[in-house]
Design a protein around this ligand. Sequence first.
Ligand code: OOG
Ligand code: MG
Length: 263
Amino acid sequence: MSTLSADQIESLSEHLESAELQARAVHKITDDYPDLDFEDAYAIQWATRRRKEARGNRIIGLKMGLTSRAKMKQMDVEEPIYGFLADYFQEAEGAEVDTSKLIHPKVEAEIAFVTKAPLRGPGCHVGQVLAATDFLIPAVEIIDSRYENFRFDLPSVVADNASSSRFVTGGGMMSPRETDLRTVGVVLEKNGDPVEVGAGAAVINHPASSVALLANMLAQRDEEIPAGTLILSGGITAAVAVEAGDNVTMRAQGMGSVSMRFV
Ligand code: OOG
Ligand code: MG
């Protein structure tokens, strides 16, 4: 049940998108709208997506968030969420990421899927996801909650496009036929030190089940995952705070590495 009017949805979307574009932290929106529910929150996120598209940004991908125990525990929230990825979120492999455009960035080690066929729920399962996957590539997601101190509840973070900010893909592509994604190991390094390690199974027992869940969540709005979509399946480990001067490398077993520098 939605609790907000169309005008309130539009104005909360503008409020959060301005915070993103101006790299400015704001109070979580449930402080002012305590009854705000999931339906309102996704309506706000979709309003932001439409506003970016109207401005000429392209939506190039989707992401799942809070899919691993480590992330749920770190953020003290218990349910996976999704968000969208706009074209300008993408940074090239080896890029210098400008922290002056961000509030309090953190990095996450993720496996990205690129689809070759549409995926539509309800009832989408891991087998369909693997069959529709063109290839996998390692990715670092740079999240940047627009909320003060990176503290939020689920409706607030959904409305804030699941903290999406930037991402970098790299390494080599791998066919889902070549690997058991559950046992693919990842290492996240900051300034040469391994700071987080994990394996694919951390993401709902299999990263492809995160993509299936995404298709099933989108089906509630009668939306699908189109062919050619890049999907970040969710942080395998806890996220790591970064600042100007930091170098980050993620290594994924069999898929090479992806690096960036924060300036
Ligand atoms: C929400 C986004 C989480 C992931 O991979 O779990 C996310 C947050 O932690 O700010 O992207
Ligand atoms: Mg993420």
